[in-house]
Design a protein around this ligand. Structure first.
Ligand code: GLN
Length: 202
């Protein structure tokens, strides 16, 4: 089974370890360079992106991780993880660094003016449109970012179906990098993790 690392400096690491294990991966926390070197894919969890950015620098992982991503390491980021993978971030701290692995612009805490946290059912391309997919995906948003814009070769996988944020992009893929504004690791729905594990396996 593919060996998938979970960046384990901050955030909801344990939930991703459980979800990846259920999805058939060997899930290993990554806190140091040697651990990063040994994985076939990486998950960047939800948490707080400016703290994660700071800790990546403190743990000497920022440049090694950015280099592995530039070399094509498959990656999945949820919420703060999406922010970390993005090329451009709006409403962040001036000293926050990000990994520039996805050609998207994200806005931090974007839903905040309406609601801090909410849930909705989503259709996700490549996941809920498969035969026998089992219906839409319950998506949990917690002080989430949204994707403000994407480069032409970024595939939009999901948008908010209704409400004040209707049409906002909340899941994307570019090559072997996937990101969601929401947290599939907290709902027990393993389909996003299965999708990522399959991607790493290929
Ligand atoms: N608001 C957080 C940030 O800016 C992300 C929240 C989350 O990961 N649930 O990093």
């Amino acid at each position: 089974s593919p060996r998938i690392g979970i960046l384990a400096l901050q955030g909801d690491v344990r939930e991703h370890v459980d979800a990846l294990t259920h999805a058939g991966a060997e899930a290993v926390p990554v806190r140091r360079r040697s651990e990063l070197d040994a994985v076939d894919g990486i998950v960047i969890p939800g948490g707080e992106s400016t703290t994660m950015s700071h800790l990546l620098t403190v743990f000497d992982l920022f440049d090694p991780l950015r280099e592995r991503l530039a070399d094509g390491l498959p990656a999945y980021g949820s919420c703060a993880g999406m922010i970390m993978l993005a090329g451009t971030i709006l409403d962040t701290r001036p000293d926050a660094r990000h990994l520039d692995a996805l050609d998207i612009t994200v806005r931090r805490n974007a839903f905040g003016r309406q609601v801090q946290s909410f849930e909705t059912d989503l259709e996700v391309t490549g996941i809920t449109d498969r035969p026998d997919a089992g219906g839409p995906m319950r998506a949990v948003f917690i002080r989430a970012p949204w994707v403000e814009s994407v480069a032409p070769d970024v595939e939009v996988l999901a948008t908010v179906p209704d409400g004040p944020a209707a049409g906002r992009i909340v899941a994307v893929r570019q090559g072997d990098v996937v990101a969601t504004s929401f947290h599939p690791e907290v709902t027990g729905d393993r389909r996003v993790h299965e999708y990522f594990v399959e991607m790493v396996r290929r």
